[in-house]
Design a protein around this ligand. Structure first.
Ligand code: DC
Length: 222
């Protein structure tokens, strides 16, 4: 029996899951896994290769050609898609606009969940996403469900994106987030829902340090 620790952090888009997950992993010397980056990398591959999202066979064939790897030397997400570093490209709008559709595809989820479960088998990890505490690790040691005011979330994301993409508008970012929230919570396959045993962390008015203290207290108490 394995007795490694898995901390599952789920929640809405852009509510600071990865900031908290990274800080927590660093503090605890755990491995950090950004599961959203995996869905983003698959989306990038599908876009580049014009995969028809309604064609089951094309999707299955494409998935067989996708090899993802994390290199988390500094607790940042460094992900490679077939040995190419794609960490920046997966954050750009073409991927953001299509990732909810791709991540709702059954075959994609089955493959990603399998890979994620493998990563948590023998190592202590912090993984963030949408279904980590419900579908990927229903027995996770600690489950945190994060949320924040949608306008605050859009502003935070806008500030990050505008550095690399000065043409972007706050409205565009807000709409993209609202659309993703809708798709993530209403999709048939593993929708975003709080696991019954997950503690809620609303960080609208919390600093990163306050969030870290909250999460550490939870980990230490379990
Ligand atoms: O966390 P993020 O915004 O980078 O995630 C990108 C998309 O991937 C998001 O719209 C929902 C999807 N996702 C998912 O369906 N399941 C996960 N465990 C993580 C992300």
């Amino acid at each position: 029996m394995s007795n490694n620790i898995v901390v599952a952090i789920d929640g809405y888009s852009s509510c600071g899951k990865s900031t908290l997950a990274k800080a927590l992993a660093k503090k605890l010397h755990f491995i950090y896994v950004d599961s959203g980056a995996m869905y983003r990398a698959v989306t990038l591959y599908f876009l580049r290769n014009n995969i028809d999202l309604n064609n089951h066979q094309q999707i299955v064939d494409a998935l067989a050609h996708i090899h993802l790897n994390f290199h988390s030397r500094d607790y940042e997400t460094h992900i490679t898609l077939n040995d190419e570093e794609v960490s920046d490209e997966i954050r750009l709008m073409p991927v953001s606009e299509n990732v909810s559709t791709v991540s709702a595809i059954h075959e994609v989820r089955v493959e990603m969940v399998k890979q994620q479960q493998r990563m948590g088998k023998s190592k202590n990890i912090v993984m963030d996403g949408r279904d980590i505490g419900t579908a990927v690790f229903p027995n996770a040691s600690v489950k945190i469900f994060m949320t924040a005011d949608p306008y605050v979330r859009a502003e935070r994301r806008y500030k990050e994106l505008v550095v690399k993409n000065p043409d972007i508008s706050l409205e565009e970012v807000f709409e993209n987030l609202a659309h993703r929230d809708y798709q993530d919570t209403t999709r048939k396959e593993s929708p975003l829902v709080r696991a019954k045993d997950a503690i809620i962390l609303d960080n609208t008015n919390l600093t990163p340090d306050e969030q870290l203290a909250f999460a550490l207290a939870k980990v230490n108490q379990d």
